[in-house]
Design a protein. Structure first.
Length: 231
């Protein structure tokens, strides 16, 4: 099946899950996870109507930007961002989804100040308390956001999470529901520079459950492109 066909089928599943959760498919942002995909493949996904492209690796991001692969779609950075690569990402992407620590937050604000931009971000939350995952633990999130509010060159747009790889279907739904409750609670608070409206959770294996539990942004790779081939 073509990328266009895959995305059309994916949109149907997204719409079905969204309706079950009291929303419409158009309420869900589809981010194509384009790690390992070449520029032509990314262009095909953009042409087929994905809402955004998400890159995990800074080198791939810069190479594909140079090839104008993302033209027509916003670009998100969705991987773990190392501080020594911040300058290649801040101001170059529409959204950094993976801000997971105060040192990283501080460094992003500092670079954004230098180049005079306001960088939109999501705060990554380690909702499963997984030692193999990055992210702020939920009990520390309110304090983290209070400090983020003092960074004038950062705008927090929402939250992101990645679940433990070993989570089964039942645990997945529980963790997604818990993450959505954190999202709802945080939205009720008032902070400067913080406009919480994005909840990014769910990937190819569990995006429908994520939508059922409140996600309004999903990050999909293999369902669009097929299994990745690493070189």
């Amino acid at each position: 099946m073509s990328i266009q066909d895959n995305i059309a089928r994916l949109r149907d599943v997204i719409h079905e899950a969204a309706v079950k959760s009291g929303r419409m498919g158009s309420d869900i942002t589809l981010v194509a996870a384009t790690k390992t995909q070449d520029a032509d493949t990314v262009r095909a996904a953009v042409a087929a109507g994905v809402d955004a492209c998400g890159e995990n690796r800074v080198q791939e991001l810069t190479q594909k930007q140079a090839a104008e692969a993302y033209t027509g779609a916003p670009v998100h950075f969705i991987g773990h961002l190392q501080k020594n690569k911040i300058r290649k990402v801040v101001g170059a992407v529409d959204l950094i989804q993976s801000v997971d620590s105060l040192p990283l937050l501080n460094a992003i604000d500092r670079v954004a100040n230098e180049i005079q931009v306001t960088q939109d971000i999501l705060v990554q939350v380690n909702i499963g308390k997984d030692p193999d995952k990055f992210g702020v633990h939920a009990p520390a999130l309110a304090s983290f956001l209070e400090q983020a509010a003092n960074h004038p060159h950062i705008r927090v747009r929402g939250l992101m999470t990645m679940l433990p790889l070993e989570a089964d279907v039942k645990e997945t739904r529980v963790l997604f529901a818990r993450m959505n409750q954190v999202f709802v609670d945080i939205r009720a608070k008032m902070y400067n520079n913080i406009e919480i409206d994005m909840l990014s959770m769910g990937m190819s294996g569990d995006f429908a459950d994520a939508i059922l539990e409140g996600a309004n942004m999903v990050r999909i790779g293999s369902t669009i492109f097929g299994n990745r081939h690493y070189r």
